[in-house]
Design a protein around this ligand. Sequence first.
Ligand code: NAD
Length: 246
Amino acid sequence: MLKGKNAIVTGGSRGIGKAIAIRLAMEGANVAVFATKETKETMDFVKELHTYGIKAVFVSCNVALEEEVKTAVAKVIEAFGSIDILVNNAGITNDKLLMQMKSEGFERVLNVNLLGTFLMIKECIRPFMKQRYGRIINISSVVGMMGNAGQANYAASKAGVIGLTKSIAKEYASRGVTCNAVAPGYISTQMTEALPEATTQAILEQIPIKRLGTPEDVANVVAFLAQEETSYLTGEVIKIDGGMYI
Ligand SMILES: NC(=O)c1ccc[n+]([C@@H]2O[C@H](COP(=O)([O-])OP(=O)(O)OC[C@H]3O[C@@H](n4cnc5c(N)ncnc54)[C@H](O)[C@@H]3O)[C@@H](O)[C@H]2O)c1
């Protein structure tokens, strides 16, 4: 259970992040939903989170911008008093073959997926160290482990998240802060909806469990890593891919 714990979920307004926010709220954690835009849909979702009997707030934040991250994390501390759980879920793709990939596009993906994760951890680490407690969970991808044609930028960013996770795990283990990553395979969200039917079929062939994952499949593992009881588990990368990459 996560009763009384305070959590941040970046990109928490839809897809995997939304499922994580719901799952943490179901376990009793207060949840700060970070997203770039304040839409009616997001505000309705934050209201829905209140029905779990927890505190929930929306915080506008582009994780790739250091000043926004600083202000946003301060707002959470003001609202909840402290932070215990940080889920770095915000992510983007910009798929292209290398020949068509421009350095600006490459940078944009790295800035959100990797720099954004770094900035969020950097801003939360001081409060974590002070209270000698923290749970950091980064959303990587199996693509960061196995590579993928057309996703050199995305794969590099997600591989970077794994290196970052392991380094933070080593640096802050003695302060009661754990840092782990999950590496989802193909999960049904707006990010994968755009794939042509033939591609989805080809992907299914490679998945021994024979279905795409759900955002809840990812949220279950994130909620496990967020528990106080997982204090001896750090620097780990857990694949959630139906056995696609073994
Ligand atoms: N869907 C998959 O198959 C899959 C597989 C492996 C990993 N992942 C990873 O899981 C995470 C969530 O993916 P999803 O499928 O739910 O995607 P999604 O596109 O549905 O959601 C991504 C979320 O991140 C937010 N976001 C984007 N840029 C941001 C920024 N600069 N600052 C703050 N928020 C920002 C978006 O607003 C959105 O809420 C991503 O990191 C993604 O790379 C997804």
